[in-house]
Design a protein around this ligand. Structure first.
Ligand SMILES: C[S@@+](CC[C@H](N)C(=O)[O-])C[C@H]1O[C@@H](n2cnc3c(N)ncnc32)[C@H](O)[C@@H]1O
Length: 219
């Protein structure tokens, strides 16, 4: 039986103590979000740090995020961009993203972030219409699951060769391996995972962080 290490208890403290580079502002945003319904939607501190590192590794100047919630992943991406970098954020919730805006401002990152409150498919099509195909260095997909394939295809068009498309929740709490689970979200994630397995447009790996994050590098 193959297995991944479960990180909790004393091991979680050890991992935090050795690898987590946190800030009081990020901690406050996590704590404020933790009190809200839907708090579990926020990525973890480690995942945010990993996404930031990946953004730096590809020298990201322009990024796109699909699914912003209270702005934590956006904060992690934006701080990894250069001062004149830009992150386009897509979300449908004014209420949740207002929280993020407060923190982006406090972090001095608001000029790097352009949030559009609208269905993400519309915003991604608008970005493509603006001539941004092949101009984006990193895309992070973390919104409604039934649109994942449509988000992936648009993000792959937007991203340049050598750029990254990151896709969150690809393990979906383990449901993807339970073939009896026919829930629409599970089926959508499972179908995209199977498609990417054979997708020769990208190099592929899984980061076993949080709920699983696919990392696709455009060839
Ligand atoms: C999992 S949360 C994002 C978490 C965020 N990345 C973070 O780290 O805190 C998913 C978000 O997708 C948004 N969403 C749902 N359907 C959407 C759609 N059709 N277009 C854009 N955003 C959508 C929700 O409002 C929610 O804020």
């Amino acid at each position: 039986m193959k297995s991944w290490p479960k990180i909790d208890g004393a091991l979680a403290d050890y991992v935090d103590g050795n690898w987590l580079r946190d800030s009081p502002l990020k901690r406050r945003l996590r704590e404020e979000t933790a009190k809200m319904p839907g708090a579990g939607m926020q990525i973890s501190a480690h995942q945010g740090q990993q996404i930031g590192l990946l953004a730096r590794a590809v020298g990201a100047r322009r990024a796109v995020e699909v699914g912003t919630f209270t702005g934590y992943s956006a904060l992690c991406i934006a701080e990894a961009l250069p001062e004149d970098g830009k992150l386009w954020c897509c979300d449908v919730s004014e209420q949740w993203t207002q929280i993020g805006k407060r923190y982006w401002k406090e972090a001095g990152l608001e000029s790097r972030i352009e949030l559009t409150v609208a269905p993400a498919l519309k915003t991604l099509d608008w970005l493509l219409a603006q001539g941004l195909a092949g101009q984006i260095d990193l895309a992070f997909i973390d919104a409604d699951k039934t649109n994942y394939d449509a988000y992936y295809e648009r993000c792959l068009k937007l991203v340049r060769r050598g750029g990254l498309v990151l896709i969150d929740n690809v393990i979906w709490g383990g449901s993807v391996a339970n073939l009896a689970d026919k829930d629409a979200d599970t089926e959508a994630i499972r179908a995209l995972n199977a498609k990417l397995r054979k997708d020769e447009r990208v190099d592929l790996t899984l980061f076993a962080v949080g709920d699983g994050m696919t990392c696709a590098l455009k060839r």
